[in-house]
Ligand binder design. Structure first.
Ligand SMILES: Nc1ncnc2c1ncn2[C@@H]1O[C@H](COP(=O)(O)OP(=O)(O)OP(=O)(O)O)[C@@H](O)[C@H]1O
Ligand SMILES: O=P(O)(O)OC[C@@]1(O)O[C@H](CO)[C@@H](O)[C@@H]1O
Length: 300
C-alpha cells in the first residue's frame, strides 16, 4: 500500500483572471475550490492512475471537514487525524498573466496528535511506500521528517520525500528511495542559482552522495532530470502543450514516477510517465486523470 502524509493540508481556492493588478480590487473570472496539500495531491493522482493510496495527515475546523469531504469526492481514501482547535488553511492560487499563490500557515499540531501519526506509521508493513510531501506547520520541529525516516529505517519501507531546505536535507542520511526538489529548491539548498543541466546534475549528485537513492529534479516547462540509483543520468523534456495551471504539477510528477516505477522497476520509463503526468496536470486547471496522461504520452 502507498501512504502519503500531508502535515498541512489546504483548501486550494483557485481563481483565474486575465491580469492581476497589485494594490487594486481584482475580479475573478472563475473560482474553484479543490482539496490541496502535496501528499493529498500525490494520493489523488495515484488514484487517478489506478494505484490505491491512503492519505494521512492532520485536519482542523470546517475547512478541514471540507478537505476530507472533497478528497473523498475525488476518490481519495483518507485517514486524517482531526485536531480539536484551529482551522486547516485556505491557500489562494491566482492564475493570471503570471501565477501567484498565498499559502496559509495552518493550525498547531499538539504532541498527542503527533504521537497518533507515529502510531499510524508504526502500522505500515514491509513493502509499503510512504510519501512525505509538503511543508510542516511552523511549531513542528524541523527534524520531523527525519524522525519519521529514522523510525522506518530497518522496516523495508520505501520513502519518498518532497520537501525543501533542511527538512529535505536532514532526511538524506536515511536513504530515501526518491526525493524531488525543483530546480530552485535544489539551488537554495546549496545557496546557488542553477541554470545549466551540468550545474543541476552536479548538485543533484551531491544530494545522492548524501544518501538519496533516486534524485528527480523537476524543471517546470523544461521537463526533468533524474540521477538514478546506479548513478545513471536521465533527461526527459516536457511534451508540447499550453500551461493552464501548474499547481500540483510537481505532485503529479511524483505520482507518475511512482506509478511508472511500480509497473516494472524501470526508472527511465518512470521518469517519462512522471514528466507526462506533471505536464498533463500543468495543461489543465487541476490534477490529471489517466485519460489526460495517456493523451499527453501520445504527443511525446
Ligand atoms: N509550463 C509547463 N509546461 C509543461 N510541463 C510543465 C510545465 N510546468 C510544469 N510542468 C510539468 O510538471 C513537472 C513539475 O513541474 P515543476 O518543476 O514546476 O514542479 P514544482 O515546482 O514542484 O511544481 P508545484 O510546486 O507547482 O507542484 C515538470 O517536470 C513538467 O513535467
Ligand atoms: O505550503 P506547502 O505545503 O509547501 O504547499 C502547499 C501547496 O501549495 O502545495 C500543493 C501544490 O504542490 C497545493 O495543493 C498546496 O496549496
Amino acid at each position: 500500500m502507498i501512504y502519503t502524509v500531508t502535515f498541512n493540508p489546504s483548501l486550494d481556492y483557485v481563481v483565474t483572471m486575465d491580469k492581476l493588478n497589485l494594490g487594486n480590487i481584482n475580479r475573478a473570472e472563475t473560482e474553484t475550490i479543490y482539496p490541496g496539500g502535496k501528499g493529498i495531491n500525490v494520493a489523488l493522482v495515484l488514484g487517478n492512475l489506478g494505484i490505491p493510496a491512503k492519505m494521512l495527515g492532520f485536519i482542523a475546523g470546517f475547512t478541514g471537514q471540507e478537505i476530507e469531504h472533497l478528497s473523498r469526492l475525488y476518490g481519495g481514501n483518507c485517514d486524517f487525524i482531526k485536531l480539536d482547535t484551529g482551522y486547516s488553511r485556505i491557500n489562494t492560487k491566482i492564475s493570471a498573466d503570471t501565477e501567484t499563490a498565498v499559502n496559509g500557515q495552518g493550525p498547531s499540531i499538539p504532541s498527542e496528535k503527533l504521537q497518533r501519526l507515529m502510531q499510524q506509521i508504526d502500522e505500515l508493513h514491509a513493502g509499503d511506500i510512504l510519501v512525505l510531501a509538503g511543508s510542516i506547520p511552523a511549531d513542528i520541529p524541523d527534524d520531523m521528517y527525519e524522525q519519521i525516516l529514522q523510525r522506518l529505517e530497518t522496516r523495508s519501507i520505501r520513502t519518498v520525500v518532497d520537501a525543501t531546505g533542511e527538512l529535505l536535507r536532514n532526511v538524506l542520511k536515511y536513504k530515501p528511495f526518491l526525493i524531488k526538489p525543483n530546480q530552485d529548491e535544489l539551488g537554495e539548498i546549496f545557496q546557488v542559482t542553477l541554470t545549466t543541466d551540468e550545474e543541476i546534475i552536479y548538485y543533484a549528485q551531491r544530494l545522492q552522495t548524501e544518501g538519496a537513492k533516486n534524485v528527480l529534479v523537476s524543471l517546470g516547462s523544461k521537463g526533468a532530470l533524474l540521477i538514478g540509483e546506479n548513478g545513471t543520468i536521465y533527461r526527459q523534456a516536457s511534451p508540447p502543450g499550453r500551461l493552464v495551471n501548474s499547481v500540483g504539477a510537481g505532485d503529479s510528477m511524483v505520482a507518475g514516477f511512482i506509478a511508472g516505477y511500480l509497473h516494472n522497476g524501470n526508472v527511465e520509463e518512470a521518469l517519462r510517465l512522471g514528466v507526462c503526468t506533471g505536464s498533463a496536470s500543468a495543461f489543465k486547471n487541476w490534477l490529471a486523470t489517466k485519460h489526460d496522461v495517456s493523451q499527453v504520452l501520445l504527443t511525446l
